[in-house]
Write a protein that binds this ligand. Structure first.
Ligand code: ADP
Ligand code: MG
Length: 724
């Protein structure tokens, strides 16, 4: 079958398909967390003392006693088997964005040849996957390739149901034999622990005597595209890279805004309902769903949870989205920019910190005292984002996110903080040393306290800011749709830890001098603003003026590509931040740079190779067929005295030549391997290979606009985006 036949067949198959009748939704109470070995379930089946011990570990994140683990393991096994599981898996998150799992049977063969089910405490708590082929960035040398997994008790075990059976999944950290983090979970747990310590210290200085464990929270809004599988399967680029390497934008894009928040197409709604049921069974609180800006684009947002659990749940959500899409004949694209010319997909990471005794520490609160606390935490974040903005940029850097960041639909590649006009006004006045002259007089508290009071709702929203205060949390909007949220969470927790420590040190010193709490806090906030207000920006982040002003006047860094951003991880001050806070050792940080840089190079190389092969074997033949038809007809007509305009043929011929010439250059450019450093190689990929790939695409897309529709083999944008 030739490509174009398969393209038309795909269209027929989709339009002829039987519409699945929508399922009657189950009641939430019947589904909620039924596949999770939650504290409730443990309480029901564990002896009292064992339950008490495990509950304490879960809530404080401490070490689990081996004897306790044995009892828990036995109960967990019985529960899992009752749900049909024959296998268990230690699930871990290597430095790729994937979720890895190694499955083992509960089976144990006895000396008499019979088999029993077995699952010991030791096996629950620790595993030893052959992880030697996961990237480790040089941490594990070949003579010591072992890594081991250890149960993260703070994230509950669960059953993953698939058509091939059920598996008991145990969330784990993945570390080397020497204790170095080989994964994305370990640093997140560490960052949360050090943040708790720093926040607790500050809260105590602020006069609280009862301070519960402070935890970070995360609610990640996930954007994604749904494309019919018939289309995706006939596009090698979508199959291998998750994005279209070619494709002329359709006449209709998103300009009519008729998709955003519009009625969800029926087939998609049935899919979403299925996704949500799967999420509910796993205790993942799916909350919001709607159409996004681009046609074929949707969003799913859960209710926020403790960052560690939210991060595991986010990984599960991506898996569920992908797998469920297949069942409904869709392919779910989590790529940041699957289609040129229309919006890409991000993942807004909403982040806050708080505890059971003081509540959300980023909530302005009702009293001036709460306000003071809030302003100190908020000020700490401003300081952190200013000092370590390049780190925040580096943790969202990837080959795919490069297509999105800085492209007038997504946050710019310059990291700034949006506070909302009122909060910005408060901080500005603090900087001026006078909070009494408020532009919002009436809401300010001008009484005993020197610090102002203001309403909670920041009122306005700024979609062009990468890091925005949204009433009681910050929203990091530069994260890519495909990325694990743990990296960004680690960065935010770590810079906050550093800043809270700085604030606490200052406050302690001032209080010791006999300065009152309000005055001391005021001085600290004033200093924060004097040093760091350059990072606060409330205007249009897409504008050219901002790009100029940010760099030239405010000294902020504009890091447009991964090649520019990722090397920031090697900066001394970033290394010191991680070492000082104890979140990552220098070796661990270095290994992350190595792994992510390698991934970046691999993606671009793979895409470049595919550009070459698709242009040669798919686009060139189609264009050539078209050209032969044209030229034969033109010649035949000429013989009988009709001189048809031959411009069309000449244009196609010229485009083919341009495309093939650029292709040869790209091919030659790809063979260069003598780079002085990995940084140099990354720059080459970003500034030489990528533009050449874009150039090939430009000619190919122009050909798509010339070649007879029935000869064009690849599903077109209008088909992929609009046929459901
Ligand atoms: P919007 O699209 O307006 O940003 P959504 O309702 O789609 O808002 O998403 C907001 C996300 O922020 C949700 O996941 C929500 O649970 C989360 N969120 C709300 N409050 C907090 C908080 N205090 N800390 C962390 N996340 C929060
Ligand atoms: Mg949002």
């Amino acid at each position: 079958m030739s490509g174009n036949e398969s393209r038309f067949q795909a269209i027929c198959q989709i339009t002829d398909r039987e519409v699945l009748p929508p399922k009657t939704p189950s009641r939430l109470e019947e589904m909620w967390a039924i596949d999770v070995f939650s504290l409730n379930k443990m309480q029901a089946c564990l002896p009292k003392d064992v339950f008490k011990a495990i509950k304490k570990t879960v809530q404080s994140g401490g070490k689990l006693d081996v004897s306790v683990a044995g009892v828990v393991a036995a109960a967990m096994k019985d529960w899992a088997i009752s749900k049909g599981a024959l296998y268990y898996a230690h699930v871990f998150y290597p430095m790729t964005n994937i979720t890895a799992e190694k499955h083992d049977g509960f089976v144990s063969v006895q000396s008499d040849g019979s088999a029993i089910t077995e699952f010991t405490g030791k096996v629950l708590v620790q595993g030893e996957p052959d992880g030697s082929s996961f990237p480790n960035g040089g941490i594990r040398s070949t003579f010591e390739a072992r890594g081991y997994t250890a149960w993260d008790v703070t994230s509950p075990a669960y059953i993953m149901q698939t058509d091939n059976g059920a598996t008991l999944c145990i969330p784990t950290v993945f570390i080397s034999w020497t204790g170095e983090a080989l994964d994305k979970k370990t640093p997140l747990l560490r960052s949360n622990a050090v943040m708790n310590k720093a926040a607790t210290r500050l809260l105590k200085l602020l006069g609280h005597t009862d301070v519960a464990t402070v935890n970070s929270s995360c609610g990640a809004e996930q954007e994604y595209f749904l494309i019919d599988a018939h289309f995706a399967n006939s596009r090698p680029d979508l199959l291998l890279t998750g994005r279209t390497l070619f494709g002329k934008p359709a006449a209709k894009g998103q300009q009519f805004d008729d998709h955003y928040f519009g009625a969800i197409p029926e087939r998609v709604q049935v899919f979403m309902q299925d996704v949500e049921e799967r999420m509910y069974r796993l205790g993942i609180p799916a909350k919001t769903r709607h159409n996004e800006v681009a046609p074929g684009q949707f969003e799913l947002a859960p209710f926020f949870e403790a960052a560690n659990v939210a991060s595991d749940h986010q990984q599960m959500t991506m898996t569920i989205l992908r797998n469920t899409a297949k069942k409904h004949g869709f392919v779910c694209l989590l790529h940041e920019k699957p289609f040129a010319g229309i919006n890409g997909s991000g993942k807004h990471v909403n982040w806050s910190v708080g505890n059971a005794t003081q509540g959300n520490l980023l909530d302005p609160g009702d009293t001036p005292h709460d306000n003071l606390q809030f302003l100190l935490f908020c000020g700490a974040i401003i300081r952190g984002v200013h000092m370590y903005g390049p780190l925040l940029r580096a943790v969202v850097a990837s080959a795919s996110n490069d297509h999105r960041l800085g492209a007038n639909e997504a946050p710019p590649a310059i990291i700034s903080v949006y506070l909302g006009s009122q909060l910005e006004d408060v901080f500005e006045q603090i900087k001026q040393g006078d909070v009494k002259n408020s532009a919002h007089a009436g809401v300010m508290n001008l009484g005993v306290d020197t610090l102002p009071e203001f309403p909670k709702d920041p009122g306005d929203r700024n979609r062009t800011s990468p890091f925005a205060f949204t009433g009681n949390r910050f929203e990091f909007r530069a994260v890519g749709s495909n990325q694990a949220v743990s990296g960004p969470l680690v960065a935010m927790n770590t810079i906050l830890t550093d800043s809270l420590t700085w604030v606490a040190d200052k406050l302690e010193a001032e209080l010791a001098k006999g300065i009152g709490l309000n005055d001391a806090a005021f001085d600290i906030l004033k200093e924060v603003m004097e040093q760091h207000s350059a990072v606060v920006f409330g205007g249009n982040g897409y504008s050219e003026e901002w790009h100029k002003m940010a760099v030239e006047e405010r000294g902020l860094l504009n890091l447009p590509t991964t090649a520019d951003a990722l090397p920031m991880l090697k900066e001394k001050y970033i290394e010191e931040l991680f070492e000082r806070t104890g979140v990552l050792s220098a070796t661990e940080l270095e290994s992350r740079f190595e792994v992510y840089a390698e991934q970046y190079l691999q993606v671009i190389e793979m895409e470049a190779k595919l550009v070459i092969s698709m242009a040669k074997t798919v686009i060139y033949p189609a264009a050539f067929r078209h050209l032969s038809e044209l030229s034969v007809t033109i010649a035949n007509l000429k013989e009988i005295g009709i001189d048809l305009e031959k411009d069309g043929a000449e244009k196609v011929a010229a485009l083919i030549k341009l495309m093939m010439d650029t292709l040869s250059k790209l091919d030659a450019a790809l063979s260069k391997h003598d780079f002085g450093s990995i940084e140099e190689h990354m720059q080459y990929s970003a500034k030489t290979l990528r533009p050449m790939m874009d150039q090939v695409r430009e000619y190919a897309d122009a050909l798509e606009g010339e070649v007879a529709d029935d000869l064009w083999p690849l599903p077109k944008y209008q088909e992929m985006l609009f046929i459901k």
